[in-house]
Design a protein around this ligand. Structure first.
Ligand code: SF4
Ligand code: SF4
Length: 67
């Protein structure tokens, strides 16, 4: 298990097409998309990982902070 406090979802903006697919699958609705700005509320993210396979461009990843 990954400690929520030590990991977060990262967006590779070079690959994000702003399609909104990740927004639609996020259970706590912590991803917001406005025009060409994608924001993830990391405090609300539960690291459920549903957004990762939903992304058609592979722009999302889980980053684990250094211990
Ligand atoms: S890991 Fe889960 S809770 Fe976190 S942004 Fe992705 S879908 Fe939302
Ligand atoms: S699913 Fe991927 S490409 Fe689509 S808005 Fe989310 S991060 Fe960007």
């Amino acid at each position: 298990m990954i400690d929520v406090a030590e990991a977060y979802v990262s967006v590779d903006y070079d690959h994000c097409s702003y399609c909104g697919a990740c927004v639609a699958v996020c259970p706590p609705d912590c991803i917001t998309l406005h025009d060409a700005t994608l924001m993830i509320d990391t405090a609300a993210c539960t690291l459920c990982r549903r957004c990762l396979p939903a992304c058609p461009t592979g722009a999302l990843s889980i980053v684990e902070a250094d211990a």
